[in-house]
Design a protein around this ligand. Structure first.
Ligand code: F6R
Length: 608
């Protein structure tokens, strides 16, 4: 969603800010803007559409200045127009503000300001912030921001500059991520570390209801009640080149091909062959209660939810724990009674998904213990959960999640195996599972070597406007994930179904124009999948099947076959999903879609 990047230091800010905005492009946006301060002068500009449009607009403007703020907007209040793009300013153009999040009481605040004679230039909720800061400013920008924060309801990450406070930027947050970067002779702030990794890997996370004032030389953090905060810097392990395409045409394809490495990162140093047990340091603080846990509730959204859905089957296979999986966006509306010893596991790539964050807060309130499986170190969900496992998969930039999905499945398998070994699994079973998990990166590379043949299948079907994905048991959520991948990046309508449900309705759709993707590795439900495939074929529906290598029987009935290596049944989804990611990617590419930034979607959904 919206992105913030700020710079104050010894270099010209314009280029640094534009380049920072480009690193945030993947989050999804529809307009962008920038404000640069030079002494008491502030110049600003905004443009609808891509950052390149803003860049073009300001290319012949000097915009000198060594501090500034920049923003990408994903419209919530008001259409994506130049007037609604950030930065917003007060009446006298002294205060410039950029904002992520939603101010829920902005109508009331706006009405109050209008009755005092203020007029508004935009339809946004953000503009009230600029007016309020201007009203409260009497020489101390932090104090003005504090007083404004007290008035605001909702969520915000903001960055503010004021004409009378040159060389300083104030940032503040409640509910929207903001990270400070500590560089050489400079400080940065951004909604996402990827906007800063070219300049520094030293970061400090701002927490809710805190603000910070940055200058080239230093920064200080305080609370909204003006209590000073001392917080040490953390080192992020993301590299600048993680955010580069490195020869791939799209981040999505690059990230699909990174999966041998990201799964390896998820298991590195975590497999103990001698004991047949995984080692997960991040759960140490809760291990004593986790061992006793009898109930697990997995909460997540979108692709992470489907990973959780597979996770349920894995926990059921390897442990004696009752597991349910809940959409985080629905969770708070449920009347859930947590049994004693319940753990809630939140899965989130970004660690900032508003619904998932709200769900774990609700779970905490009701007495559940928390675990996070999160990719972004120091993110809100990681902090709120307090314990958990990081993916260590590097930034995921393509809007469609791919490498995090398989990484989440790997980590859930490790967690379930760890608990299973403390329940009933034998050493032999533990070692067998560890061996199979360890073999996954090599097997993923083999699946990726099929990319060209999967591209050829995409060429055959990409013009079909309705697709069905079918799977059973572990591969039922994979069918849903395959359908989600296809629809979000190619805009083709697709549905993922439990294959057993086909006869209860969707079979009515089957005809020669609707391809079905059937996921049928040789597992405990293989025979039933074969029957489903036959039912579709007898209605002349084309079928693409994902099977294990050497499955000659299925070749005789299916139209197209993708053969992948075999593994233990509960690990199959880590391999079966990859052809579906590639199929979606190639269909979208053939349709000339904007694959890394599909329409209407944002990478990190930080509003409910
Ligand atoms: C789909 C996709 C989304 C995310 C969902 C949750 O490809 O990326 O469905 O999975 O928005 O995001 P995180 O995992 O960041 O909480």
């Amino acid at each position: 969603m919206c992105g913030i990047v700020c710079y104050v230091g010894d270099k010209q800010a314009k280029g640094i800010l534009i380049e920072g905005l480009k690193q945030l492009e993947y989050r999804g946006y529809d307009s962008a803007g920038i404000a640069i301060q030079n002494g008491n002068a502030i110049q600003f500009d905004r443009a609808v559409g891509r950052i390149s449009e803003l860049e073009r607009k300001i290319s012949d403007r000097a915009m000198q200045g060594k501090s500034g703020i920049a923003h990408t907007r994903w419209a919530t209040h008001g259409e994506p127009t130049e007037a609604n793009a950030h930065p917003h300013r007060d009446r006298d153009e002294r205060v410039f503000v950029i904002h992520n999040g939603i101010i829920e009481n902005y109508r009331l605040l706006k009405k109050r300001l209008e009755t005092k004679g203020y007029s508004f230039r935009s339809e946004t909720d953000t503009e009230v912030i600029a007016h309020l800061i201007a009203i409260y400013f009497h020489g101390d920008l932090c104090e003005a921001v504090r007083k404004t924060m007290i008035q605001l309801e909702g969520t915000f990450g903001i960055a503010v500059i004021h004409r009378d406070v040159p060389g300083k930027i104030v940032v503040a947050r409640r509910g929207s991520p903001l990270v400070i970067g500590v560089g050489e002779n400079c400080h940065l702030a951004a909604s996402d570390v990827s906007a800063m990794v070219r300049h520094t890997n030293k970061v400090v996370h701002l927490l809710d209801n805190e603000l910070a004032i940055l200058s080239a030389e230093d920064f200080s953090i305080s609370t909204v009640q003006a209590t000073p905060i001392e917080r040490s810097t953390e080192i992020v392990d993301w590299q600048a080149e993680d955010a580069e395409l490195n020869g791939f045409p799209h981040f999505m394809l690059k990230e699909i091909f990174e999966q041998p490495e990201t799964v390896r990162n998820a298991i590195r140093g975590r497999l103990d062959y001698a004991e047949g047990i995984p080692r997960l340091g991040g759960i140490a603080p809760v291990w004593d209660s986790l061992k006793q846990c009898r109930h697990i509730v997995i909460v997540a959204c979108g692709t992470s939810y489907y990973a959780g859905y597979v996770g349920r089957y894995i926990f059921e296979k390897l442990t004696d724990i009752d597991v349910s999986v809940e959409l985080a966006s629905e969770f708070r509306y449920r009347r859930i009674n947590f049994a004693p010893n319940t753990f809630v596991i939140a899965l989130s790539q970004s660690g900032e998904t508003a619904d998932t964050l709200a769900a774990i807060r609700e779970a905490k309130r009701k007495g559940a213990s928390l675990l996070g499986v999160v990719n972004v170190v120091g993110s809100s969900i990681a902090r709120e959960a307090g314990a958990g496992v990081y993916n260590h998969a590097g930034p995921e930039i393509g809007v469609a999640s791919t490498k995090i999905f398989t990484s989440q499945l790997t980590i859930l398998s490790l967690l379930a195996l760890l608990l299973g070994r403390h329940h009933s699994l034998s050493l032999t079973e533990g070692v067998e599972a560890i061996r199979a998990i360890d073999a996954l990166p090599g097997q993923i590379s083999k699946v990726l070597s099929l990319a060209h043949s999967i591209e050829a299948i995409a060429e055959k079907y990409y013009l079909k406007s309705n697709w069905l994905f079918l799977g059973r048991k572990y591969n039922y959520p994979i069918a849903m994930e395959g359908a989600l991948k296809l629809k979000e990046i190619s805009y083709i309508h697709a549905e993922g179904y439990a294959a057993g449900e086909m006869k209860h309705g969707p079979i009515a759709l089957v005809n020669p124009e609707m391809p079905t993707v059937a996921i049928a590795p040789k597992d405990s439900v293989y025979e039933k999948m074969v029957s489903n495939i036959q039912e579709i074929k007898s209605r002349r529906g084309p079928v693409i099947v994902v099977v294990n290598q050497g499955d000659e029987d299925i070749k005789e009935i299916a139209d197209d076959v993708i053969e992948i290596p075999g593994t233990l049944e509960f690990l199959n989804p880590i391999l079966t999903v990859i052809p579906l990611q590639l199929l979606a990617y190639y269909c979208a590419r053939l349709l000339h879609r904007d694959i890394d930034k599909p329409r209407n979607l944002a990478k990190s959904v930080t509003v409910e």
